[in-house]
Design a protein around this ligand. Structure first.
Ligand code: NAP
Length: 510
C-alpha cells in the first residue's frame, strides 16, 4: 500500500476513541495498514506524543474488537501516532502542522499522500477544507483525500451549500462521505448478492417481489444527544442517510462486473427513480411519531418530552415510517416500506423481502397454512440471511407450514464497519461511500417531508416506548394488504395461527 499520513481532526473526541483507533488497530493486526504510516492526531488540548499514544493504547484496551493484550504489538502500533495542537480557527496552527508532517515524511522518505479525517462537528468542515488548501497541506505532490461523516447538511439547500464549499478544495473523487451503514458487512454482502447469484438475480424484480420492508429500530432514547437530536429527528438522523442508502443498495441492479463508478451510477439511478412526494401529500405515505412513556425490557422509561434537554413542547420526530415507490422497469408497483425509531421494542436492523404468491387462491383448500416466501437479511446486531418457504405439515394431512432455512450465519470475526471503510479510504476505493449525487437526491426526497413536518401537515403520532411505533405505521401496510413481519405484538386469532410457525422458526434461528 502507498505511504500515508492520516491526519485526524478531533483526535481527542469520542468517535476517535471508540471507533477510529480500534479500527486502525484491527487493520494493523491484519497487516492492512501501509508499511509507511503515520497518524497525526489534532485537537485544542495540549498533549505530548507520549500521552496521546497512551490514550490511544487505552482506547484499544477498552474498545477493540479483538483483545488488545500483546503489549509489544500495541507499542508497535502506537509508535506511529503523533499529536499536534491545532485550533480549527487558527491559520498558524495549520502551517505548524504542515512543517511537522513534512519532517515526518522526509524521515520516512514517504510520498506525501495525505488522508484528512474530520471527526469533528459539521460546522467545522468548510473551514478545515479551506485551511487545508490555503496552508499547502493539500497541495503536496501526492494524493489527498477528505473523509467526513454525517450530518451532511440539515436540508437540501444547506447540503448543497456545504458541498459547493468543500468542492473548492477537494474534487468529488477526493471526498469520502462515510455512511457507516455502508460499511456493515451484511450491507456490503447485499450489494454483491444478486450480482453473483443468478437465482437471486432472477427473483430480483417486481415480477416476483410483492414488497420490501426495511426496519432500523433502537431501544435507546435520545441519550446525551438532546441538543443535536431535537433539531435532527429520525428523518435527518437515520432516514435521509442510512435508510435511503440501504434502499439504494438493495434495489440496485448491477452487471456481473461492476466498477465503483458503475455501482454508484446505478445507485444514483435507483434514487432518481424514487417517486417524490408533494408536500401536501406527504401524510398519505409518511408516518411521523414520537415516543411517550413506556417500558423497555421491563424497565419504565420516560417519554421524549420528559427527557433531559428536550423541551416539553417539542414536536420532534423520534419515529418515521414511509412507503416509497421506485418507478423503474424492475421495481414499478413494489412498495418499499421503511421505518426507523427510538425507544422501540427491539434493537434491530433488518430487511424483509416478501415474495408474491402467484399460485395462491382463496378457494384452494390444499394451501392451508401457507404464508408468503420471505428472504430476510439481518444486518445488526445479528447477521444472517434466512429464506422462509412452505413445506407440508407432516402432522396435519393436507396442511402446510412455513420453515425457515438459514442461508448464511454472520461471521463472528467479521470486521467492523469502520475497519472496512477506513481500509477502503486508505486504498481510495469509493464504492461504499456516499457520492454527492446520492446525498443530494436523498435530500431532494426528504425536503418536502421536512417541510410538511415543519408545517404540521403530518400529524405527530404518539407511541408507547417499547412498542413497534404508532399504529398508523401498521395501517400504512394494511392499506396495501400487508403487515410488518416479525413484530411480536397482540394479533388477531387468525394472524396468530398464521404466524405461529414463522415466529417460532424465526426466534429459534435468532
Ligand atoms: P466529541 O467527543 O465532542 O469530540 C469533538 C472533537 O473535536 C474533540 O477531539 C475536540 O478536540 C475537537 N474540536 C472541537 N472543537 C475544536 C476546535 N475549535 N479546534 C480543534 N478541535 C476541535 O465528538 P465526537 O463524538 O467524537 O464526534 C465527532 C463528530 O463525529 C461529530 O460531528 C459527530 O456528529 C460525528 N459522529 C459521531 C459519532 C459517535 O459515535 N460519537 C458517530 C457518527 C458521527 P479538543 O476538545 O481537544 O479541541
Amino acid at each position: 500500500m502507498e505511504a500515508t499520513t492520516f491526519v485526524l481532526f478531533g483526535a481527542t473526541g469520542d468517535l476517535a476513541k471508540r471507533k477510529i483507533y480500534p479500527a486502525l488497530y484491527n487493520l494493523f493486526l491484519d497487516g492492512k495498514l501501509p508499511q509507511s504510516f503515520t497518524v497525526f492526531g489534532l485537537g485544542r488540548r495540549t498533549l505530548t506524543d507520549e500521552t496521546f499514544q497512551a490514550n490511544v493504547e487505552q482506547s484499544l484496551r477498552d474498545f477493540s474488537r479483538r483483545e488488545a493484550s500483546d503489549e509489544l504489538l500495541i507499542k508497535r502500533f502506537s509508535s506511529a501516532f503523533r499529536y499536534n495542537v491545532l485550533d480549527i480557527g487558527h491559520v498558524d496552527d495549520y502551517e505548524k502542522l504542515l512543517n511537522r508532517i513534512e519532517q515526518r515524511e522526509a524521515e520516512l522518505q514517504a510520498a506525501p499522500n495525505r488522508l484528512f479525517y474530520l471527526s469533528v462537528g459539521p460546522e467545522f468542515f468548510e473551514t478545515i477544507a479551506e485551511r487545508i488548501q490555503q496552508s499547502g497541506l493539500g497541495s503536496a505532490d501526492g494524493w489527498k483525500r477528505l473523509v467526513i461523516e454525517k450530518p451532511f447538511g440539515h436540508d437540501l439547500q444547506s447540503a448543497r451549500d456545504l458541498n459547493e464549499k468543500l468542492s473548492k478544495s477537494f474534487a468529488e473523487e477526493e471526498v469520502f462521505r462515510i455512511d457507516h451503514y455502508l460499511g456493515k458487512p451484511m450491507v456490503q454482502r447485499l450489494e454483491a448478492l444478486q450480482q453473483e447469484n443468478p437465482v437471486i438475480q432472477a427473483l430480483w424484480s417486481n415480477r416476483y417481489i410483492a414488497n420490501v420492508q426495511i426496519t432500523a429500530s433502537e431501544t435507546v432514547g435520545v441519550e446525551e444527544r438532546a441538543g443535536y437530536y431535537d433539531q435532527a429527528g429520525a428523518v435527518r438522523d437515520m432516514f435521509q442517510n442510512h435508510m435511503l442508502q440501504m434502499l439504494m443498495v438493495l434495489a440496485v441492479q448491477l452487471p456481473h462486473i461492476s466498477t465503483s463508478e458503475k455501482v454508484r451510477f446505478k445507485k444514483k439511478m435507483v434514487m432518481e427513480a424514487v417517486e417524490t412526494l408533494q408536500k401536501q401529500d406527504v401524510a398519505t405515505s409518511v408516518v411521523r411519531g414520537q415516543y411517550r412513556a413506556g417500558s423497555i425490557n421491563g424497565q419504565p422509561v420516560v417519554g421524549y418530552t420528559s427527557e433531559p434537554g428536550i423541551d416539553a413542547s417539542s414536536m420532534n420526530d423520534t419515529f418515521i415510517a414511509a412507503r416509497l415507490q421506485i418507478d423503474d422497469f424492475f421495481w414499478r408497483g413494489v412498495p418499499f416500506y421503511i421505518r426507523t425509531g427510538k425507544r422501540m421494542k427491539e434493537k434491530t436492523t433488518r430487511i424483509v423481502i416478501e415474495f408474491k404468491e402467484p399460485l395462491q387462491h382463496p378457494s384452494s383448500e390444499h394451501k392451508k397454512g401457507t404464508v408468503p416466501n420471505l428472504l430476510i437479511f439481518e444486518i445488526s446486531p445479528n447477521e444472517g440471511i434466512t429464506l422462509q418457504i412452505n413445506t407440508k405439515d407432516a402432522k396435519n394431512k393436507g396442511q402446510f407450514k412455513p420453515v425457515q432455512i438459514d442461508l448464511f450465519a454472520g461471521q463472528e470475526d467479521a470486521p467492523e464497519a469502520y475497519e472496512n471503510l477506513i481500509f477502503d479510504s486508505l486504498h481510495g476505493d469509493p464504492t461504499f461511500f456516499a457520492h454527492w449525487d446520492e446525498v443530494e437526491l436523498a435530500w431532494q426526497w426528504v425536503q418536502p417531508v421536512l417541510e410538511a413536518f415543519e408545517e404540521n401537515l403530518v400529524p405527530l403520532r404518539p407511541y408507547e416506548a417499547g412498542s413497534y411505533g404508532p399504529a398508523e405505521a401498521d395501517a400504512l401496510l394494511a392499506a396495501d394488504g400487508y403487515h410488518w413481519w416479525f413484530d411480536t405484538k397482540p394479533e388477531t386469532e387468525v394472524e396468530t395461527q398464521q404466524k405461529e410457525g414463522e415466529q417460532y422458526a424465526y426466534n429459534t434461528n435468532h
